[in-house]
Design a protein around this ligand. Structure first.
Ligand code: ZN
Length: 200
């Protein structure tokens, strides 16, 4: 049976289906939508892809994405340079920035340790982190890795590595989310919230 779609279109669908969260079906719908919106969506998207491909790079210092070799956050004098927040991915950095509750600097590891996927310390930006903290200008390292087994393993490893530097190691609090109802929480979250209870 021959494919009902021409080769070029087939190739586009195949590429789109490799995007996180997209399967073949959504990729087909997306391709058809792009063709329908050729001028208002496909052409601006082509332009945006070319610009991002040419100009966006990883910050040499923290691993954030920017158009400059040192990102805007690292260059922001209003931030506390002695406070360093360690995250797994740039998306986590963006999430913390959106909260507006943090005014320190960052270090993006680029993933988490995972024996299953063969990811070791050498595959992450660990050496760069150690170098930054060992240079002495960091007072506190806030570990904001994910609350998953891999995220916590990574946080534990980072803590062990940074211990000799003498920097204060902190982590995000775990517990009841704002607006959360106790009856809907999983047992692990509730247990951690009870253990980490604070005075009224
Ligand atoms: Zn940076």
């Amino acid at each position: 049976m021959t494919s009902p779609t021409p080769g070029a279109l087939e190739q586009l669908i195949k590429l789109l289906s490799k995007m996180p969260g997209l399967g073949q079906r959504s990729a087909r719908r997306m391709a058809l939508h792009l063709i329908k919106k050729r001028e208002t969506l496909m052409q601006p998207l082509l332009q945006a892809l070319a610009t991002v491909e040419a100009e966006v790079q990883s910050c040499d210092r923290c691993g954030n994405l920017d158009t400059a070799p040192i990102c805007a956050i690292c260059q922001d004098d209003a931030r506390d340079p002695q406070l360093l927040c360690v995250v797994e991915e740039v998306a986590d950095l963006w999430a913390i920035e959106r909260s507006g509750g943090y005014r320190g600097l960052y270090h993006v590891l680029g993933g988490h340790l995972s024996a299953l996927d063969g990811v070791g310390p050498g595959d992450l930006r660990m050496a760069e982190l150690l170098e930054r903290v060992a240079a002495g200008a960091v007072r506190e390292v806030l570990l904001a890795t994910n609350a998953t087994v891999e995220g916590q393993t990574t946080a534990f490893y980072v803590t062990e590595q940074l211990k000799p530097t003498g920097a204060r190691m902190t982590r995000l609090a775990f517990g009841v989310p704002l607006g959360g109802e106790l009856d809907y929480l999983d047992d692990g979250t509730l247990t951690t919230a009870i253990q980490a209870r604070s005075s009224f």
